[in-house]
Design a protein around this ligand. Structure first.
Ligand code: H79
Length: 435
C-alpha cells in the first residue's frame, strides 16, 4: 500500500513512528544467547543432545537439582563486555539484545527476586549485564534484554514446552504450582529489576508464550507500560500487540505490514554448542541482511558465547567480514526503506529520500554477464548513477522504453554485493512492481 503522507497520519501513528525511528533506521542488531547451557554446550553425560543447546535441560530431561549444579562451575572470567560491544559496533550493529533469563530460569543478572542468578549462585562475582549496559552506553549501542516470561523450567509455577499437551514436567520432584505464583513471585519482580536497574532498556524481548494466560500477560504488560519509550516484541501472549513481530530462523518472502525483525543464528544453535559447525558464510549473511532491508525489516543476528565468556571465533570472523562490507556500504542499509520493485533478477534494492529526489541503492549480487544492469519499469528523471564505495566512479546509462539500462563494467565488481546508486528527481514511479 502507498505510504501515507504526514497529514494523513493520525496522532497515534505519528507517535509510534517517533518511537520506532531509531530501531527502523538501525536495521541490524546482535542477539546474544548466554547462560548455564554454555557449559554442557550440547553434551550431557558424554552424549550429544540433538537440537538447540539452550534447550538441553528439557531435551535431556535433566532434573532441576542436577542442572543447578552447573552454577558451581560457571565462572566466565574471560568475559569482557567492551570487547563484545566493540565487535558488534565494528560489524555495523546498532543494538544488542541479550538473554537476561532463558527457559532454564537462570538469571544472568543480579536479582533480589530469586537467588538463582549469576551473582548469588556462581563463583563469578560480577553482574555481566550491568557491565554490558555500561559498555553499550559508552559506545553508543542500544540495549535490549530477552526475558523468557512463560517457560521457566526451574520454578514450580513456570511453564514448560509440553504443558499445553497436559504432560507433566520431566522432573517429578518439581512440585507444580499455579502459574500466577511464578508470575507474581518471580517474573514480574525480575522484569521490574531489569527495567529499573540497567539504565533504561531500549527493548524488552519476550519469547514464546507457551502456557501463558491473559492474566499473566496483563501483569507483565503493566510493567512495560511504565516505560512508554521502550520497545517490545509481540510474543508476550498470542495474540498480543507489541511494537514489532519476530520471524524466527526464516526471512519472510515479502515484507510484512507491521514492523518486523528476523532473528537468526549463524550456525544452528542459539546457545553455544561445541560441535555445531554448520556455519552460514559471511556472504550469505551480508546478502540476508540486505534481503531483509530490501523488504523493510531488521536482522537480529545471534552469537552464543562460551562458558568462559568468549564469542566463538567463527562468529567473530563473520562479524568482522560483515563489518568490512558495512563500513563501505552501510549507507545503503541504515535508514533505508523497502524496495519499490517486486523482484530484480540480479539482486535487491533499498531506497532513501534525499533533499532533491530519491536514492535507489541497487545491490548487485549477480553481476550481469553482458555488463548491462537492467532496472525495470522506472519512470523518473535520472540525475546521477555512481558506485557507492567510490562516488567518483560514474556509470553511463540510457533508457530502453521505461527500463533503465546501466552500463556496468565488471572491473568494479564486489563478489559479495556491489552497490550502485541511482539518484533520481522527486517524481519517481515504478511501473514494473507486479507479482
Ligand atoms: O531463544 C531461542 C529459542 O530457544 C527460543 N526462541 C529463540 C529466540 C525458542 N523457544 N521455543 N522455540 C524456540 C521453538 C520451540 C520448538 C520446539 Fe523443540 C519443538 C520445542 C519442542 C519441540 C526444538 C526442538 C526445541 C526442542 C525440540
Amino acid at each position: 500500500c502507498a505510504p501515507k503522507n504526514q497529514e494523513q497520519k493520525d496522532e497515534a501513528t505519528l507517535k509510534q513512528d517517533a518511537k520506532m525511528e531509531w530501531w527502523r533506521d538501525a536495521r541490524f542488531g546482535m542477539f546474544v544467547h548466554w547462560g548455564l547451557y554454555a557449559i554442557p554446550a550440547g553434551e550431557w553425560k558424554g552424549k550429544e543432545i540433538p537440537g538447540i543447546s539452550e534447550w538441553i535441560m528439557a531435551r535431556a530431561e535433566i532434573p532441576v537439582k542436577d542442572y543447578e549444579k552447573l552454577t558451581e562451575e560457571f565462572n566466565p572470567v574471560k568475559y569482557n563486555a567492551e570487547e563484545w560491544v566493540k565487535l558488534a559496533k565494528f560489524a555495523g550493529m546498532k543494538y544488542i539484545v541479550i538473554t537476561s533469563k532463558h527457559h532454564d530460569g537462570f538469571a544472568m543478572f543480579h536479582s533480589k527476586a530469586s537467588p538463582y542468578n549469576i551473582v548469588d549462585a556462581t563463583p563469578f562475582d560480577r553482574d555481566p549485564l550491568k557491565e554490558l549496559a555500561d559498555a553499550c552506553e559508552k559506545y553508543g549501542i542500544r540495549l535490549g534484554f530477552y526475558y523468557s516470561q512463560a517457560q521457566d523450567w526451574h520454578e514450580p509455577g513456570g511453564t514448560y514446552y509440553n504443558i499445553e499437551q497436559g504432560e507433566p514436567h520431566w522432573d517429578p520432584d518439581l512440585k507444580r504450582e499455579p502459574l500466577m505464583n511464578y508470575i507474581n513471585g518471580k517474573a514480574v519482580p525480575q522484569v521490574k529489576e531489569i527495567l529499573e536497574n540497567y539504565g533504561g532498556l531500549d527493548i524488552l524481548w519476550w519469547d514464546t508464550p507457551r502456557g501463558m494466560t491473559e492474566e499473566a500477560a496483563k501483569a507483565l504488560q503493566a510493567e512495560v507500560d511504565k516505560y512508554p519509550e521502550m520497545l517490545t516484541n509481540n510474543r508476550l501472549y498470542r495474540p498480543w500487540p507489541g511494537d514489532f513481530s519476530t520471524p524466527e530462523q526464516h526471512v519472510p518472502p515479502t515484507g510484512l505490514d507491521y514492523d518486523w525483525e528476523v532473528c537468526m543464528t549463524m550456525n544452528t544453535s542459539w546457545g553455544y554448542k561445541k560441535n555445531d559447525d554448520n556455519w552460514k558464510s559471511s556472504e550469505s549473511l551480508i546478502r540476508m541482511l540486505v534481503d531483509i532491508a530490501s523488504k523493510g525489516g531488521n536482522l537480529l543476528l545471534n552469537v552464543g558465547p562460551t562458558a568462559e565468556g568468549l564469542i566463538p571465533e567463527p562468529s567473530v570472523e563473520r562479524l568482522k567480514e560483515i563489518g568490512q562490507w558495512m563500513q563501505k556500504n552501510g549507507e545503503s542499509v541504515y535508514g533505508t526503506s523497502a524496495s519499490p520493485f517486486f523482484k530484480l533478477p540480479w539482486g535487491r534494492c533499498t531506497t532513501k529520500e534525499a533533499e532533491s529526489g530519491n536514492l535507489l541503492y541497487l545491490h548487485v549480487f549477480d553481476w550481469p554477464r553482458d555488463g548491462v544492469l537492467r532496472v525495470p519499469g522506472l519512470d523518473a528523471r535520472i540525475k546521477d548513477v555512481y558506485l557507492l564505495t567510490n562516488k567518483k566512479q560514474k556509470f553511463s546509462y540510457k533508457f530502453e522504453g521505461e527500463d533503465l539500462l546501466i552500463h556496468a563494467p565488471s572491473v568494479i565488481f564486489d563478489p559479495i554485493n556491489t552497490v550502485v546508486v541511482v539518484k533520481t528527481g522527486k517524481k519517481m514511479e515504478i511501473t514494473s512492481n507486479m507479482p
